[in-house]
Design a protein around this ligand. Structure first.
Ligand code: AMP
Length: 223
């Protein structure tokens, strides 16, 4: 019998965690649990918490651990997380890593941490150059994957491409510093306990995906 796992994708902002988590979901049916996406959804609400989250996110800093954990716990208790699932963007601090140990025990699923490693100068251009189509969500990059017509989607010529408010140069600097300070130490934490795999993230998404798939092995059979 195969055992369900919690796949943790660790990597700096722009490393490609979201891209890989989406591929794991669409090809293997492993749900993508993205704290960033959940917070982006949450900040649209008209509540004091939503306003606070919006303020924190637009500064490039981290939402408090307790708020983040509550959201992850609620989301992972849904039916689709019965088998293996991917955490994309969680944990991001030592406290969150501790919280995840508790969750892992409660659910009886071991953690497999995968570090998607990308040099910092590439991350800067991936983030500050990132633009997306508001209609289909297609992601472009002004440095690496420019649209045919500057500023507009190839498939939706009427749709002006958008930039995430935290992808500006100033915010990217804070986000990368936040990663170095709070999240990077988690690599040593998972390495020490023999649960860390590292993949070279400075390649095309398909090459990275193939390696990920072989690392997580039979996880799909557990869903
Ligand atoms: P992301 O889309 O993963 O880059 O996340 C966007 C923003 O959401 C981050 O810059 C944080 O403000 C917030 N966020 C996402 N995940 C977490 C987390 N695990 N802990 C705290 N804040 C988070």
């Amino acid at each position: 019998m195969f055992m369900s796992k919690i796949i943790v994708l660790i990597g700096a902002p722009g490393a490609g965690k979201g891209t890989q988590a989406r591929l794991l979901e669409s090809r293997l049916g492993i749900p993508q649990i993205s704290t960033g996406d959940m917070f982006r959804e949450m900040k649209k609400a008209d509540t004091p918490l939503a306003k606070e989250v919006q303020k924190i996110m637009s500064s490039g800093k981290l939402v408090p651990d307790a708020v983040t954990y509550e959201m992850v716990k609620a989301r992972t208790s849904r039916d689709d997380c019965h088998g293996t699932f991917t955490l994309d963007g969680f944990p991001r601090t030592a406290v969150q890593a501790e919280m995840l140990e508790t969750l892992s025990k409660e659910l009886g699923k071991p953690v497999v941490a995968i570090n998607i490693d990308v040099p910092v100068e590439i991350l800067e251009r991936r983030l500050t150059g990132r633009r997306s189509c508001p209609v289909c969500g297609e992601i472009y990059n002004i440095y690496f994957k420019a649209p045919k017509r500057k500023g507009f989607c190839d498939d939706h010529p009427e749709a002006e491409l958008e930039q995430r408010s935290d992808d500006t140069e100033e915010k990217v600097k804070v986000r990368l510093e936040t990663y170095e300070e709070n999240t990077k130490p988690l690599l040593a934490y998972y390495r020490k306990s023999g649960r860390l795999e590292t993949v070279n993230g400075d390649r095309d998404a398909e090459a990275i995906y193939k390696e990920l798939e072989s690392l997580i092995g039979t996880a799909n059979a557990t869903v």
